[in-house]
Write a protein that binds this ligand. Structure first.
Ligand code: SAH
Length: 238
């Protein structure tokens, strides 16, 4: 079934108002017509089976509310912004792998300039729609390293991905029952010595093995480790 972003009509929540851009796309490209059923989601965790009633303005009727699929943890990814469009890959795959929030970080070795968070938000929304996530992850504006560290230190479990040592990431995730997890990944040039020293004060250095991964690979692999070890609600230890 098609998935479209929508929000309940504040005047009558048995009706849904569709995001106008998506509604145009649904009608023109996907050929959705009044009477057709689709899956509506608000990006904040609610989803409904819905029936399109009107095309302009796009309105739909709630057929029934659906239980929202959710993960039993909240993962925030602090990512040293890589060059070019590699961050697109990080946010797209991170979305599929259950990252709840992305914090792009400007570190000493970040060479990328400018803030492309608007673009990353669009990539994330598209990825959430495609993979059936009821929640669209947040993408923060790019922050400087010191501010990022202040935010990072507030999470329950703080894991710093480091290619030169540290304990296996999987062991640390397995040992913890924290539900608020954060990963910090360096940019393509890695963290410099002062940054590693600072991160070690507030988090735990951890490793994905003896090979040096590209930054986007490290981020995606780390999110996958967390998902595999903690993504199943049948576990009883958290
Ligand atoms: N310092 C290297 C490579 C940096 S790799 C250089 O000089 O080019 C980019 C980032 O990916 C690192 O900062 C780290 O966060 C992560 N990373 C890469 N390989 C890793 C590994 N084996 N274990 C943990 N993190 C890794």
């Amino acid at each position: 079934m098609r998935r479209l972003l929508a929000r309940p009509d504040p005047r009558d929540p048995t009706w849904l108002l569709l995001d106008p851009r998506q509604a145009r796309h649904a009608v023109r490209v996907l050929r959705l017509q009044p009477g057709d059923r689709f899956l509506a989601f608000d990006g904040a965790g609610s989803q409904w089976e819905a029936e399109l009633v009107e095309v302009a303005p796009a309105r739909a009727r709630v057929v029934r509310a659906l239980p929202a699929a959710s993960l039993p943890y909240r993962l925030t990814l602090y990512q040293g912004v890589p060059k070019g469009d590699r961050m697109d890959l990080v946010v797209r795959m991170g979305t599929e792998l259950g990252v709840a929030s992305f914090v792009p970080v400007r570190t000493r070795r970040t060479v990328a300039t400018g803030d492309r968070s608007e673009r990353w938000r669009r990539v994330v929304a598209e990825a959430a729609k495609q993979c059936g996530r009821p929640t669209v992850p947040e993408v923060e504006r790019v922050v400087d390293f010191p501010q990022a560290v202040e935010r990072f230190r507030a999470h329950q479990l703080r894991l710093v991905l480091w290619e030169s040592g540290g304990r296996p990431l999987a062991d640390l995730v397995r040992e913890s029952s924290a539900c608020d997890l954060a990963l910090f990944v360096g940019p393509e040039g890695g963290f410099d010595a002062a940054e590693v020293a600072r991160l070690e004060e507030v988090g735990t250095l951890c490793s994905l093995g003896p090979l040096v991964l590209r930054t986007e690979t490290a981020a995606v692999a780390a999110a996958a480790v967390v998902l595999c070890l903690r993504g199943f609600t049948s576990r009883t230890d958290h």
